[in-house]
Design a protein around this ligand. Structure first.
Ligand SMILES: C[S@@+](CC[C@H](N)C(=O)[O-])C[C@H]1O[C@@H](n2cnc3c(N)ncnc32)[C@H](O)[C@@H]1O
Length: 235
């Protein structure tokens, strides 16, 4: 019988923010798949899950290129898929780790789509997305009453970002990295800069929270950075 494939959300950083289900799956997995980018040696998802790894567990690093769409790098995904299928057919329960939630702007989605076409058992275990952890940690209510929450990747086109901001009450802006300065300016145009907080590496080493994004807009920010803001001033 083949192994089970688990897609596990490990939350944004603090190892206390994994679900019990995620911990149980990690503790019993035969193989851990740790996604990493070409540029970095380590895997953030693996470092978050490390307290729960079984002694001598097999760790397989898979490189997932930083791309905007699946078609850009289908060869890399296919190679990773074949490696996972070989592990599963050897009867190994295999846990693929992913930051935050696996179905939310995650590399897991690409590999999940490929594996879902195969005759294997898959279980996806949700995780706490970064924006929820940030809201709790920094005391920033996300939405209440009839507020509409709009989630915007800062990598989207300017037209799309401005269109979304025009109708948004409250905003989560993801993937604020190379474009922090531009995003601060666009939020200022929509009267959302003053209420904004930008949090980098929530729950991880070198966590940072910026409250005055316009004053700090020229700062270099970490890849793991998210802005939360709203139109109204709040309480
Ligand atoms: C590829 S997406 C992954 C999202 C993830 N699946 C989630 O549920 O939060 C990467 C983006 O998530 C956000 N992010 C993930 N972890 C974070 C953290 N610890 N602190 C701040 N933002 C984080 C940032 O906006 C980052 O650019």
């Amino acid at each position: 019988m083949g192994g089970i494939f688990y897609g596990i959300g490990v939350g944004p950083g603090n190892p206390d923010l994994l679900t019990l289900k995620a911990i149980r799956a990690i503790e019993t997995a035969d193989v851990i798949i740790a996604p990493k980018t070409e540029k970095k040696d380590g895997s953030v998802a693996l470092s978050i899950a490390r307290p729960y790894l079984k002694r001598n567990v097999e760790i397989v690093y898979q490189v997932f290129p930083m791309v905007t769409g699946f078609a850009d790098s289908s060869e890399a995904w296919e190679t990773n898929k074949r490696e996972i299928l070989a592990l599963l057919s050897a009867g190994k329960n295999t846990a693929f780790l992913t930051i935050g939630d696996p179905m939310f702007y995650s590399t897991y989605i690409y590999i999940y789509r490929l594996l879902a076409k195969e005759d294997i058992e898959i279980e996806t275990i949700p995780g706490i997305p970064a924006f929820c952890a940030i809201a709790s940690r920094f005391g920033y209510p996300l939405v209440e009453g009839n507020d509409v929450l709009t989630i915007i990747p800062a990598t989207a086109t300017e037209e799309k970002i401005k269109g979304a901001l025009a109708v948004a009450d409250n905003v989560v802006m993801m993937k604020v990295y190379k474009n922090f300065s531009d995003m601060a300016g666009v939020l200022e145009e929509h009267n959302m800069a003053e209420q904004a907080i930008m949090v980098s590496r929530c729950g991880l080493v070198n966590e940072e929270c910026i409250n005055d994004i316009m004053a700090q807009k020229d700062k270099r920010v970490n890849y793991l950075s998210t802005i939360i803001t709203r139109k109204s001033k709040g309480e």
